[in-house]
Design a protein around this ligand. Structure first.
Ligand SMILES: Nc1ncnc2c1ncn2[C@@H]1O[C@H](COP(=O)(O)OP(=O)(O)OP(=O)(O)O)[C@@H](O)[C@H]1O
Ligand SMILES: [Mg+2]
Length: 495
């Protein structure tokens, strides 16, 4: 029996800047609001006085006085589990920090109940579509370390599509829709194009194309807007030679800049008052939406270009897109609507979904599905595409791509190569993953060593290399050479 109150399946959106937790109620995905807030800032502060860690907005505020004890944006470090975050003189890994954040999110929810009552039966944690296998594993490790019963990891855009697609689905719902998920958060910009095909027995989510930039988001807008304001005010932070005061001033200013930016999504102008940005220098001025848009104009161009090129690469006519789902806090910026209207068309944005909460909701829905608690008789399938290109290094050091980015999985491709030295009896097939034309600039995921080739003059032996990728995060590499009677297969783990 599913106990949706005391031991529900929960979904956690572990965001770069904000996180949220939702539960499956049995009918709906409901976002928790411990302490009256439905999202929590993904920040950690080490409080020396109590020798304890604190989280969320309080942590952020405390960090203003002691920035050296504050960690912001740890998600951007999840690709390197050996990275070091120093808090209060001690070193922590990104997995440690993420697990602390997850633990805090969970204990805030638990704190809404009398002691000993609440115990989530399972949890799904979300990651960006761009996350590679090891980044997903690091996230899973953080969840386990936080004591969560992890039942799945889900990509954020898929979560958003679930929140949209499964929310109002009934037995009789039949549809065939192209959905564009426009996810602009604190740290990443993700575009995902889905086809949702639903009949009385099935719901299929098919990823048609993806695009984006994993280093573009609200944090960058904050930085640009702050520089713009400092410039307008003629303030040079470097004039302050007290490092500590400078850091404090910077953080105070940043807090005010972020708030103003957010306010400018719903009003035309804001008043900014920040005393002692550096001792004795104050900001006391009005800033408009135009000011903000001007300060991020290069990012706006970039976003437009990425959106266009993603649609182009997928060969999708914007006319064929039925709905646009805006996801992520930064998608609330009015300039984004202009971009969407210009590139995709008018009147397509679906607004019955909260950009800041739908990822956590979709994760809760997925958790319910995985644990057989989703009261839906339809079979759900997800068809994804490859997020990164896969290829081999040729003798010039170039990347020869076998599986392209955005290819539907399962995918399979064979290319024929040859030896470039006389009488070679061995070759090393170097396998890489990534977008660079120079193989070594991509992630090296393995070497397939082939021995026992029959000696022949160069360019004579034909060597067939086949790559196959399925749903799991692996590539199956097969190397065949007929005359030498070689057929060698290896499974390599994606980066
Ligand atoms: N009304 C608003 N207008 C403009 N920006 C906003 C608004 N509300 C929130 N933001 C910005 O959205 C960002 C946070 O978005 P969100 O919570 O979706 O990101 P995240 O999930 O932490 O990041 P990511 O998905 O990249 O990991 C912050 O930079 C915040 O300032
Ligand atoms: Mg997010």
């Amino acid at each position: 029996m599913y106990d949706s109150h005391n031991s529900p399946v929960i979904g956690i959106d572990l965001g770069t800047t904000f996180s949220a937790v939702a539960r499956w109620t049995g009918e709906d995905a409901d976002v928790y609001s411990p302490k009256g807030e439905r999202t929590m800032q993904s920040v950690v502060f080490y409080d020396e006085k109590t020798d304890k860690f604190i989280f969320g907005r309080t942590a952020f505020m405390s960090g203003m006085l002691k920035p050296e004890n504050l960690c912001i944006g740890v998600k951007r470090l999840m690709d390197n589990k050996d990275a070091k975050v120093t808090l209060g003189g001690k070193e922590y890994s990104p997995i440690d920090i993420s697990s602390m954040i997850l633990k805090s999110l969970y204990s805030n929810v638990k704190g809404m109940f009398p002691e000993g009552v609440y115990d989530a039966s399972g949890a799904v944690v979300t990651v960006p579509y761009y996350f590679k296998a090891h980044q997903c594993e690091n996230t899973a490790e953080a969840a386990k370390k936080a004591g969560l019963n992890l039942v799945g990891i889900l990509q954020e855009p898929i979560a958003a599509a679930f929140a949209y697609g499964l929310h109002h689905s009934s037995k009789d719902t039949v549809r065939n829709e192209n959905i564009l998920v426009f996810d602009l958060g604190g740290g990443t910009f993700d575009i995902t194009l889905f086809k949702i095909v639903e009949d009385r027995e099935n719901i299929k989510f098919e990823v048609l194309a993806i695009g984006g930039d994993d280093r573009l988001g609200g944090l960058d807008f904050d930085n640009s807007f702050m520089k713009y304001i400092l410039d307008k005010e003629g303030i040079d932070l470097d004039e302050c030679d007290n490092e500590r005061m400078k850091k404090i001033g910077l953080q105070k200013l940043m807090d005010s800049v972020t708030k103003s930016k957010e306010a400018l999504s719903s009003t035309d102008s804001v008043f900014m008052g920040v005393p002692d940005v550096i001792p004795g220098v104050h900001i006391d001025n009005e800033y408009t939406r135009e000011d903000f848009e001007e300060s991020i104009s290069n990012y706006l161009e970039e976003i437009k270009a990425i959106l266009k090129s993603t649609l182009n690469a997928a060969n999708i006519d914007p006319k064929d897109i039925d709905k646009v789902l805006k996801v992520g806090g930064s998608s609330k910026i009015p300039a984004m609507d202009m971009i969407i209207e210009e590139v995709v068309g008018r009147g397509k944005t679906y607004s019955d979904i909260d950009p800041s909460l739908c990822v956590a909701q979709g994760a809760a829905i997925y958790g319910a599905y995985l644990t057989n608690n989703l009261a839906i008789d339809k079979k759900i399938t997800i068809e994804t595409t490859t997020a990164h290109a896969l290829g081999v290094e040729d003798s010039n050091g170039s990347m020869v791509v076998l599986i392209h980015q955005n290819q539907k999985t399962p995918a399979r491709k064979t290319l024929t190569f040859t030896t470039d030295e006389d009488n070679s009896t061995e070759i090393d097939v170097e396998v890489y993953q990534g977008a660079s034309r120079i193989a070594k600039q991509n992630a090296h995921i393995g070497t397939v060593k082939i021995k026992g080739l029959v000696p022949k003059p160069k360019y004579e032996l034909q060597i067939k290399i086949t790559f196959e990728v399925g749903k799991e995060q692996m590539v199956k590499v097969t190397v065949e050479q007929e005359e030498s009677n070689i057929k060698h297969t290896e499974m390599l783990k994606l980066a």
